[in-house]
Design a protein around this ligand. Structure first.
Ligand code: ADP
Ligand code: MG
Length: 324
């Protein structure tokens, strides 16, 4: 199968969205954002062997490649419009392409984000996606907006993806049921798009947790010129499989590491004024998303971790850095 037949078969769709004036097939796609809105743009590149295991299930991979990009739109409070797909393939494997296309386009349809173009070439397996979203001017959630006194929250759960990775890479052993449950979080993250949009105008700052809570929170703190205190007793239960992992003998320090520095969570960490607690609760309820207050922002730089009785917790919680 040639390049153009491949594109036609797996990636060409008639775009349903009124914001897409022209999709796949011409030299450019044409987007028509809602008048007066700002475009939000983000790119993520996934490489075999670095971001996913060789031989990874193509459906899950298609889902995840788009999910990690949508997660960036969510963290800005933007509504998805469209995306482009740059694909390098070692060879044409139709079963694999059908799986990738299904996983990718199912999430695209579910989130109202149309595939409008891309590039396809032979090479070591790599998937690069650029997403376009829109947001009201002045409403985008930035990393730089946190202020001393703000509450600190996270959405959903944290650490299960890392727990699965620890087992898949042979560092711990987990019973099959527990591994399957944790692995769902690693393979098919759910971007918090609805929550992100509901928080636009409510939260003061936000980031999506892709490299680990403390590392990603660190970006917010640095760009906002503030510090934070995190209550580890509030954060630890965010691990969905906490009780099962304890029962399987996973030690407490690894569990805390998974939650605080796990990576691949794709939840939102965000800050808001204490006077906006009701508004945060309303956004969480309206979008059917769990939100947990895990600490607060203060003016002293760095992060202080508190344990039982407000005692400081010490430890190194390195987050993910490709060049460290
Ligand atoms: P050009 O040479 O002008 O860059 P291409 O021949 O690479 O165009 O691509 C033809 C059309 O197919 C373009 O509209 C392009 O956006 C689209 N396309 C190419 N690869 C993909 C892909 N992987 N997914 C979606 N659209 C693609
Ligand atoms: Mg091209």
């Amino acid at each position: 199968m040639g390049e153009f037949e491949l594109i036609d078969r797996y990636f060409r769709r008639t775009a349903a969205s009124p914001q897409v004036a022209l999709g796949v097939g011409d030299d450019c796609a044409l987007l028509q954002p809602t008048p007066g809105r700002q475009l939000a743009v983000s790119t993520d590149l996934l490489l075999e062997g670095r971001h996913f295991f060789p031989g990874a299930d193509p459906r899950a991979l298609g889902h995840k490649a788009l999910a990690v990009n949508l997660s960036d739109l969510a963290a800005c409070g933007a509504r998805p419009l469209a995306f482009t797909l740059a694909l390098a393939l070692p060879a044409v494997d139709e079963t694999w392409l059908a799986g990738l296309s299904q996983g990718l386009l199912a999430l695209a349809d579910a989130s109202g984000c149309a595939l409008v173009g891309g590039d396809t070439t032979r090479g070591p397996l790599a998937i690069g996606i650029t997403v376009f979203g829109e947001v009201e001017p002045g409403k985008a959630l930035l990393r730089s907006g946190a202020r001393a006194g703000d509450d600190l929250y996270v959405s959903g759960s944290l650490g299960d993806a890392r727990l699965a990775l620890e087992a898949l890479q042979g560092r711990i052993e987990l019973p099959p049921g527990l591994l399957a449950s944790a692995r769902q979080r690693l393979d098919t993250p759910q971007p918090r798009l609805a929550l992100g949009q509901a928080l636009a105008g409510v939260a003061t700052a936000a980031i999506d947790v892709s490299d680990g809570l403390l590392g990603d929170l660190g970006h917010v703190l640095k760009q906002s010129n503030v510090g934070a205190t995190v209550d580890t007793l509030a954060a630890l239960p965010l691990l969905d499989n906490l009780q099962a992992a304890r029962a399987a003998g996973v030690d407490e320090s690894l569990l805390l590491q998974c939650v605080l520095a796990g990576g691949d969570d794709y939840e939102l960490a965000f800050t808001a004024l204490p006077s906006h607690r009701d508004a945060v609760a309303t956004a969480a309820k309206a979008t059917n998303t769990r939100v947990t207050r895990i600490g607060s922002i203060d003016s002293q730089p760095g992060v202080r971790l508190l344990g039982a009785g407000g005692q400081p917790v010490h430890g190194r919680f390195a987050s993910f850095d490709h060049f460290a």
